[in-house]
Design a binder for this molecule. Structure first.
Ligand SMILES: O=C(O)[C@H](O)[C@@H](O)[C@H](O)[C@H](O)COP(=O)(O)O
Length: 260
């Protein structure tokens, strides 16, 4: 697993624009080398801010939208179309305005879908969908996502992996249901750390003063059960994208980088 690298931007707007530019390049490169790209989206203000910046970026149409798979790191287990669902917000920010292949937009199940309110059945169905998309080189578990993005919560949660709750301790399953999440809504579906770590690159997004403590804890050697963001690592790259406010409490040894 890769060691985190940090990129600190002046403010959250610039962070969103720079991350969107970075994502366009990643997708175009993956499509050039492998024929298609697979990206895992995150909810939250920063994840949606990035999608809105991508929608406004002139270079966005360098992406071949029909050869892009979109997955989600977590979802609030609510009815289809609920404004609080991550997929609803992503559609409004970007997805509805680009020519994606609907078959390749892998939204997590809604609470009024085929599994009803059974969140574990919904999680198992998503795990199966991921398994179908995974090549044999990935042992059938999850695809080797090109980029998996995660917003970081003020309590160091990522996806719906909250400190000390059972989901963050999962070592076998790739997707689990969450009940009793400290942030509403309490019922959610989430990728687990093993699924997150299958990604080539993991990008953690943190902007604002309320993230400063979480970033400092997660980047200072905390354990992943207490600080889930600390366990979110990519196979070849782990990138923390921060604004100066979120970076303000990082240990001096991490930021600014030491000069040679
Ligand atoms: O499911 C949720 O309740 C949110 O999506 C949450 O997980 C969010 O991603 C982080 O708290 C970061 O949020 P911001 O990017 O809004 O700071």
């Amino acid at each position: 697993m890769s060691t985190p690298q940090l990129v600190v931007h002046r403010d959250k707007e610039l962070m969103a624009q720079a991350a969107a530019a970075r994502l366009i390049t990643k997708i175009v490169d993956a499509q050039a080398s492998r024929g298609s790209a697979s990206i895992v989206l995150t909810g939250g203000r920063n994840g949606n801010g990035l999608l809105a910046a991508l929608a406004a970026a002139p270079a966005r149409d360098a992406i071949d939208w029909a050869r892009l798979d979109l997955w989600w790191g977590d979802e609030r287990f609510l009815p289809e179309g609920d404004p609080d669902r991550n997929v609803t917000q992503a559609r409004a920010a970007l997805l509805d305005s680009v020519p994606l292949d609907p078959e390749r937009v892998h939204a997590m199940p809604a609470s009024d879908g085929p599994h009803g309110t059974d969140v574990e059945a919904a999680a198992a169905a998503y795990a199966k969908e991921l398994g179908r998309a995974a090549g044999p080189e990935n042992r059938g578990a999850v695809p080797a996502f090109d980029v998996l993005m995660l917003g970081v919560g003020p309590d160091t949660h990522v996806a719906s992996l909250f400190p000390e709750l059972p989901a963050v301790r999962e070592t076998e399953r790739t997707v689990v249901g969450v009940r009793g999440a400290p942030k509403p809504p309490p019922t959610r579906v989430t990728l687990t750390l093993p699924a997150i770590r299958a990604a080539r690159e993991v990008w953690l997004l943190a902007a604002g003063e309320d993230k400063a403590n979480a970033a400092a804890i997660a980047l200072s050697g905390a354990g992943e059960i207490q600080a889930p963001a600390a366990g979110a690592r990519g196979r070849s790259r782990t990138l923390w994208l921060l604004d100066t406010a979120a970076a303000s409490q990082l240990p001096r040894s991490l930021y600014p980088p030491a000069t040679p």
